[in-house]
Write a protein that binds this ligand. Structure first.
Ligand SMILES: CC(C)(COP(=O)(O)OP(=O)(O)OC[C@H]1O[C@@H](n2cnc3c(N)ncnc32)[C@H](O)[C@@H]1OP(=O)(O)O)[C@@H](O)C(=O)NCCC(=O)NCCS
Length: 177
C-alpha cells in the first residue's frame, strides 16, 4: 500500500485489489460507466454479480502475471488499473491494460500514479516487457496521459467502438520496457 496526495492535500492510497473489494468494485464500475464514453461499457451495460467480481479479483490475485490495483479515498474506490497477459510463452511478455478514474477526481495525477505502479511492477517482475493499450482516437486527454508516460502510437484501427450506432476508431499504443 502506498499513500499519495490529492491536489487539495488529502491523502489517498493505492493498493492491490482484493476479493473483499468486489462489491466496492461493482459500485465503482457502475459509476464510471455513466461518466465517460471512452470505456468499453456504458451506464448500466455491465451486469456483474458479486460472485463473478469476487472470482475475477481472486483470479488476478492468484496469477503472478495479473495486475489489478485500486486508488482509494475515504474508503471509496476512486480509480483502478488492471493488466492482462497471455498464457502462451510466445506472447506472455505482452499485456494490455485499462485505467479509469472517477470524474470528480480527474487531474489529480491519479492515473499517472496508477500507470507508474504498473510500469514499476512489470520492470520488477522481469517477464512483462511490453505494455499495450487501446484508446479512442478522439480521447485527447487519455492520449496526452499515455504520451506523458512514454507510450507511443503503434497503430490505428477502425470500428473499434460502436456507441449509439456510431463507430469510433482507436489507436493502439505501446511502451517497451
Ligand atoms: C483518462 C483518465 C484515466 C485520466 O485520469 P486522471 O487521473 O485525470 O489523469 P492524471 O491527472 O494522472 O493526468 C496525468 C497527465 O495526463 C494528461 N491528461 C490527463 N487528462 C487530461 C485531459 N483531460 N486533457 C489533457 N491532458 C490530460 C496531462 O498531461 C496530465 O498531467 P497534468 O495534469 O500535469 O497536465 C480519466 O480522465 C478517465 O478515467 N477518463 C474516463 C475513462 C478513460 O478515458 N479511460 C482511458 C480509456 S483508454
Amino acid at each position: 500500500m502506498k499513500v499519495y496526495q490529492l491536489r487539495n492535500g488529502e491523502e489517498y492510497i493505492v493498493r492491490q485489489a482484493l476479493k473483499a473489494d468486489a462489491q466496492a468494485m461493482i459500485d465503482y464500475i457502475m459509476q464510471i460507466g455513466g461518466e465517460s464514453d471512452n470505456l468499453t461499457f456504458g451506464k448500466g451495460e455491465l451486469e456483474i454479480t458479486l460472485a463473478q467480481e469476487e472470482d475475477t479479483l481472486q483470479q488476478y490475485n492468484e496469477d503472478p502475471l495479473g495486475f489489478f490495483m485500486i486508488a482509494e479515498h475515504e474508503g471509496k474506490i476512486i480509480g483502478n488499473i488492471n493488466l492482462k497477459t497471455h498464457n502462451r510463452a510466445r506472447v506472455r511478455h505482452n499485456g494490455e491494460f485499462g485505467v479509469s478514474v472517477l470524474k470528480a477526481y480527474w487531474r489529480n495525477g491519479i492515473a499517472e500514479v496508477l500507470i507508474g505502479e504498473l510500469i514499476e511492477w512489470a520492470k520488477a517482475g522481469g517477464v512483462v516487457t511490453k505494455i499495450d493499450l487501446r484508446v479512442r482516437d478522439d480521447n485527447a486527454g487519455a492520449i496526452a496521459l499515455y504520451k506523458k508516460m512514454g507510450f507511443v502510437e503503434e497503430g490505428h484501427i477502425s470500428r473499434q467502438f460502436l456507441i449509439d450506432g456510431v463507430y469510433y476508431s482507436a489507436y493502439y499504443m505501446g511502451l517497451k520496457l
